[in-house]
Design a protein around this ligand. Sequence first.
Ligand SMILES: Nc1nc2c(ncn2[C@@H]2O[C@H](COP(=O)(O)OP(=O)(O)OP(=O)(O)O)[C@@H](O)[C@H]2O)c(=O)[nH]1
Ligand SMILES: [Mg+2]
Length: 559
Amino acid sequence: MTSSTKASLDEQIKRLMAHLELEHPQLLGIVQTFRELDTVAYRLGLLEPTESYATQVSWWPLVAVLGTFSSGKSTFINNVLGRRLQTTGNQAVDDKFTVICYSRDSTPRVLPGLALDSDPRFPLYRISNEIEAELNGESQRLDTYLQLKTSDSEQLRGQIIIDSPGFDADEQRTATLRITNQIIDISDLVLVFFDARHPEPGAMRDTLEHLVAGTLKRADFNKFLYILNQVDNAAREDNPEEVFAAWQRALAQKGLTAGRFYQIYDPASAAPIENEHLRRRFETKREHDMNEILGRMRQLDVVRSYRVTGQLERTAEAIRELIVPRLIAARRAWKRRVLWLDGLVIGGLIALAVVLAAINGRLDDVGAIDDWFRANPLAGWLGVAAAVVVLWLVHRFLRNIAARSVQRHIESDAALGAHAPRVARAFKRNARSWWPFLAKRPVGWTRSARKRLDRVLSSAHAAIQELNDRYADPSGRSRQPEASHAAAATTAAATTAAAAAAPALSEIDAAQAPPAVAAEALDADPDSRLETDLEADVDATVPPGRDEHHFTVSHGTRH
Ligand SMILES: Nc1nc2c(ncn2[C@@H]2O[C@H](COP(=O)(O)OP(=O)(O)OP(=O)(O)O)[C@@H](O)[C@H]2O)c(=O)[nH]1
Ligand SMILES: [Mg+2]
């Protein structure tokens, strides 16, 4: 992700910090530490001066709301925000993705997709590059696919919500599918909406294929919540439970038998439910499931802090533990190759000269060179200088050949993962620069760079410690955070170290925490009417065709 100039990078960082100051000032220090890390990376040649690790982080927790046409995605978002921000209606309303983010300004603003594409504060930053790679020229029409809206809803502070067009893969052009995939990849939570008016597979074929079957094997599968919306319509059915059961069967046919299933509706849009008992059941269930969904959304702020800090720590560790050792090894391999090539080529040239002299019977004339040298010292020394220059040029040429082969090795080194192109670039700088050929250390790996990296790592550790103290509080000394936050962070903290190997896991574990906490909190409360629901819910996986679900049973999350 190269910004065009150093000045524009500085401008982006400034805007990032200004927005963070408003939204989550605790993370400002992390931006500065990222910039320290950048300095180390510039010296090593891992980053260009126009790049920054800070702009490669997704700074905002992202909630994606995807699903079938008219399933109530926009209505749900309006409810969450407490604002009529998104247009809703029974025809297909949204034809583009809307990225909704917080602004203090009480007048909501709509900005074109290009605003999103050029601003690192937003999650779809530089998406046009991705789309361009996929479709020639399509990125010119980015505004057809994306827009940005701002809202002053407090619920938005600390997160970004993306509303999407109804999902229908057949209808969707490649770019829309591509954006959907990218949104899924970068989201911290994905709400997949279905319409209880059409819970059968035919009506939601593409959604099932892409947003259900396509998600099962993902490492971050736990970030998907499956929501059957508009269930108030089921109240009119003779057998309301059958609506939910039909939906679950459709999901199960795609392989989704365990997961997080919710059933909700928008009371304002719902037709009144006459039967008192039925109404209460619907309301209780809705309230419970809404609370779980909203609880998951609230958790993201904590998860985000761990994710960003974890990424800083992982990048710094990767430089120290992986990249620098790899550069040292690459230099060693390169030097070995060059010396071999030097020996072979220069030795070969000398041998060739000797053989030619022998063939021409001039081998005995070698002694005469000495006499000639004494007689013509100036020409002699010029000849020596010319020979040295030629040998040096041959050596440079061989250095370049050896460097290219080492560079190719680095580029295909799976152990380096996503770092490979940068390491290859840093190595290139080693091979090109005037840094002593025989030196062991890579270019830029100076004592001050090492010290700086140590500082970055200790700042990252301290930041994680601070998060633990704030949210996890293992010693139980401070009691400020809410129970759910605390528990989420405990799990997140415990998994942050492990996240170095599998980053998605920390999110999964952290994300798993809230429902468990909610359940424990409820278990502890003898008056809780939901207690039995949750107990019944422990393993609510549905084999296809089995109708053992009751409308009052939560299909939540304790696995
Ligand atoms: N009965 C009932 N109607 C609802 C509910 N939620 C939304 N609606 C109505 O369903 C229609 C579609 O809602 P939207 O929020 O526009 O749906 P959407 O998923 O954003 O639709 P697209 O953007 O077109 O894909 C609107 O007329 C809403 O008023 C609900 O829970 N119950
Ligand atoms: Mg909509």
